[in-house]
Design a protein around this ligand. Structure first.
Ligand code: NAP
Length: 248
C-alpha cells in the first residue's frame, strides 16, 4: 500500500481482536502506532513487541473512548510522542445483547456511549490536527447489522447505523481539507466478541455466508489498510461491507 510508511496511526481498542490486527497491519506497512486500550493484558505487551519487531515505533494510551476527556488525552499522548496524527481507526466496541422487550436502559446507553459517542469523541479531538495539516484518513468500524438490523441487538445495531451517518456527515464536513472519512462494516468475524455466541447461532450465521467461512480480523485489517493508504485518496463517505457476501 502506498502512503502509509512513516505516518502516525491511532487505533482504538487495539489490544485484541480486529483492532490488534489493524495495528499490526498498519505497522507492517511502516506506520508508527498509538495503541489505545482499556484494560492491561499480556497480549498488549506482546503486541507492542511485535510492532517494534517490524521497525515501527509504538506508544500505548490507556483510556475509555466513551469519555470525552479520555479521548482528548489519547490524542494528546499521540501528539506528544509523534507530533501529529495522520490516521485514526475507530475500532473500540462492545455488545450487550438482549431482546428489546427486556433490555435494560443502561445496556442501551452503554453500547451507544462506547460504539457511537466514542467514535465522535475521537474524531472531534483528531479533526483539528488533520484540518490544520489539510490531510488525514479516518476509518470507522461499523457492522453489517447497522445496515440490516438484528434481533437482540437494538442497541448495537443503532450504534453501528449511527456510525454510518457519522461517517457520511464527517466526510462531507472534512472533504474540503482533504480528509477522507470512511467506514467498514464487518460481517461475522472470529474474535472474542463472537466466540461467546452459542454453537447453533454460529452454524446459522455460517450458513448465511455465501463464501462459506467466518471472517478473520486480518480480512478487516486488509481493507482498513487500503482505506488508510493513498491508494484510496478518491474514496470518502463510503461504507464497505467485509462479510463474505452476507449482505448484498
Ligand atoms: P473484541 O475482541 O471484543 O475487541 C474490542 C476491543 O475494544 C477490546 O480491545 C476492548 O478492550 C476495546 N474496548 C471496549 N470498550 C472500550 C472503551 N470504552 N474504550 C476503549 N477500548 C474499548 O471485539 P472485535 O470483534 O475485535 O470488535 C472490534 C470492532 O469491530 C468493534 O467495533 C465491533 O463492534 C466491530 N465488529 C465486530 C464484528 C465481529 O464479528 N467480531 C462484526 C462487526 C463489527 P477491553 O478488552 O479492555 O474491553
Amino acid at each position: 500500500m502506498e502512503g502509509i510508511k512513516g505516518k502516525v496511526a491511532v487505533v482504538t481498542g487495539a489490544a485484541k481482536g480486529i483492532g490488534r490486527a489493524i495495528a499490526l497491519r498498519l505497522a507492517k506497512e511502516g506506520a508508527n502506532i498509538v495503541i489505545n486500550y482499556r484494560s492491561d493484558s499480556e497480549s498488549l505487551k506482546e503486541l507492542v513487541s511485535e510492532i517494534e519487531s517490524f521497525g515501527s515505533k509504538v506508544v500505548t494510551a490507556r483510556g475509555d473512548v466513551s469519555s470525552f476527556s479520555d479521548a482528548k488525552n489519547i490524542m494528546e499522548k499521540a501528539v506528544d510522542a509523534f507530533q501529529t496524527i495522520d490516521i485514526l481507526v475507530n475500532n473500540a466496541g462492545i455488545t450487550r445483547d438482549g431482546l428489546m422487550l427486556r433490555m435494560k436502559e443502561e445496556d442501551f446507553d452503554r453500547v451507544i456511549e462506547v460504539n457511537l459517542k466514542g467514535a465522535f469523541n475521537c474524531i472531534r479531538h483528531v479533526s483539528p490536527i488533520m484540518v490544520k495539516k489539510r490531510t488525514g484518513k479516518i476509518i470507522n468500524i461499523s457492522s453489517v447489522v447497522g445496515i440490516t438490523g438484528n434481533a437482540g441487538q437494538v442497541n448495537y445495531s443503532a450504534a453501528k447505523a449511527g456510525i454510518i451517518g457519522l461517517t457520511k456527515s464527517a466526510a462531507r464536513e472534512l472533504a474540503s481539507r482533504k480528509i477522507n472519512v470512511n467506514a467498514v462494516a464487518p460481517g461475522f468475524i472470529n474474535t472474542s466478541m463472537t466466540e461467546i455466541l452459542p454453537q447453533k447461532t454460529k452454524e446459522n450465521i455460517l450458513n448465511s455466508i455465501p463464501l462459506k467461512r467466518i471472517g478473520s480480523p486480518e480480512d478487516i485489517a486488509n481493507t482498513v489498510a487500503f482505506l488508510a493508504s493513498s491508494n484510496a485518496d478518491y474514496i470518502t463517505g463510503q461504507v464497505i461491507n467485509i462479510d463474505g457476501g452476507m449482505v448484498m
